[in-house]
Write a protein that binds this ligand. Structure first.
Ligand SMILES: Cc1cc2nc3c(=O)[nH]c(=O)nc-3n(C[C@H](O)[C@H](O)[C@H](O)COP(=O)(O)OP(=O)(O)OC[C@H]3O[C@@H](n4cnc5c(N)ncnc54)[C@H](O)[C@@H]3O)c2cc1C
Length: 375
């Protein structure tokens, strides 16, 4: 239960990733005195994200044109038997490093102070103090409001939820050179190399793409298998650089508030369990944080109102997909190829998965055979 201090004016944020930066901007704009502490020297690096986002982000923020690398118009979904369907999309690909720089820059414009190479090494919830390490020296700070935007391995999330057993996917990726259809990304559903998730090829231009997958274990083994299947045995010759990181699985039981500490973004597990997309849910949670601080309303209730139901629905769909055999995936792709499904895809927003799934079931009743697994 969160009962934030309505009078709080000074806010410290741990982490200057997308959500720490965006949250810092919103808080600065709302009149708070914001300090952001970031472990790394360079904002956005090391980058671990593919940068694909539903175009609904453009309804939330204006993005400078140089941040948007690509606008996609279709996704090709490929099943274990090699058959595929092509679905319409309006997803965009962003330069993730530039996106983080942009949000942190906006926060600074709103008065936030950014401390690079400043790592939070401990936090005392009772004493309301945290320790920052910088160039071998440690400084202790008091807080009334501390925001944990410290990513998927958040130490503040562990502090607030000592008994929560957090699950993650491991997401190895590579930026690869080649010839790509710039308007289309590829998604592979296949229990052989990406059980419990999917693999992707997302073009950032007609000559480069970010390629990856997410799995629970043996990430290098599965990644190699996929890369050899998609790009041939000599795929390493095409790799420009490797990326990768952890994707937290949303846990609806998480506490994102305790004693003046608030969790947002990956730290709070605000990630869609169907796709691993955390940028939009994290931004919505950051909006919830500001609304809660301003109104004095319970933060855990506020962020759940903003994004909790959608995250829960994504989780239910993920649980359903986890039961899929290769035959189920092949069937799913066959059913998704129909014209009525295409129409739903074109006119729906995946950020609202319950209404999206419902519309799909109406458009293609054969999909209902999977619906019982949602229960
Ligand atoms: C392989 C992969 C692909 C992904 N692809 C997509 C995608 O295409 N679309 C999408 O929407 N999402 C994607 N995601 C998820 C997305 O990257 C995250 O949801 C998003 O980065 C969350 O932002 P954040 O600010 O909460 O955390 P992060 O971006 O992880 O930022 C956390 C920041 O906190 C800093 N930090 C951590 N600990 C400390 C500390 N103790 N002291 C100071 N600083 C600290 C870190 O250095 C970092 O800068 C992907 C994730 C992975 C792993």
């Amino acid at each position: 239960m969160g009962f934030p201090l309505a009078m709080t004016k000074s806010v410290s944020i741990i982490g200057a990733g997308t959500i720490g930066g965006y949250g810092g901007y919103l808080l600065g704009r709302a009149g708070y005195s914001v300090s952001i502490y970031e472990d790394h020297k360079v904002i956005g690096e090391p980058c671990h994200c593919t940068g694909i986002i539903t175009s609904s982000i453009l309804k939330m923020v204006d993005l400078p044109t140089e941040i948007v690398l690509n606008k996609l118009s279709s996704v090709k979904v490929i099943g274990p038997n090699g058959k595929s369907c092509v679905l319409p999309t309006t997803d965009i690909v962003v330069d993730r490093v530039k996106l983080d720089e942009h949000f942190v820059g906006l926060a600074e414009k709103e008065g936030a102070k950014l401390y690079r190479s400043h790592k939070m090494v401990s936090c005392d919830l009772k004493e309301k103090k945290f320790v920052i390490s910088h160039e071998g020296k440690e400084e202790t700070h008091s807080f009334s409001t501390l925001v944990g935007a410290d990513g998927p391995n958040s130490s503040l999330a562990k502090l607030l939820n000592p008994s929560l057993k957090r699950k993650h996917w491991i997401g190895p990726q590579a930026v690869i050179s080649g010839t790509f259809d710039k308007s289309q990304y590829e998604v592979y559903l296949n229990n052989d190399f990406c059980k419990g998730f999917f693999a992707w090829v997302v073009p950032s231009s007609s000559t480069t793409a970010v390629v990856g997958l997410a799995v629970r274990d043996r990430a290098s083994h599965h990644f190699k298998k996929f890369m050899e299947m998609r790009f041939g045995k000599a795929y390493k010759e095409k790799v420009i650089r490797y990326l990768g990181g952890l994707i937290p699985l949303y846990d609806s039981g998480i506490n994102c508030y305790k004693n003046g500490v608030y969790l947002v973004g990956d730290a709070g597990g605000h990630v869609k369990a169907t796709t691993g997309g955390g940028i939009i849910p994290g931004m919505k949670a950051a909006r919830g944080l500001v609304a809660s601080l301003k109104s004095g309303k319970d933060y855990d209730k506020t962020w759940r109102k903003q994004t909790g139901f959608n995250l829960f629905t994504h989780l239910k769909i993920r649980h359903m997909l986890d039961t899929f055999s290769d035959t189920d995936y092949n069937r799913l792709i066959e059913y998704m190829g129909g014209k009525r499904v295409q129409k739903v895809m074109k006119n729906s927003d995946r950020e609202y998965p319950a209404s999206f799934a419902l519309r799909l079931f109406f458009a293609e009743p054969r999909l209902a055979r999977f619906a019982t697994r949602l229960l």
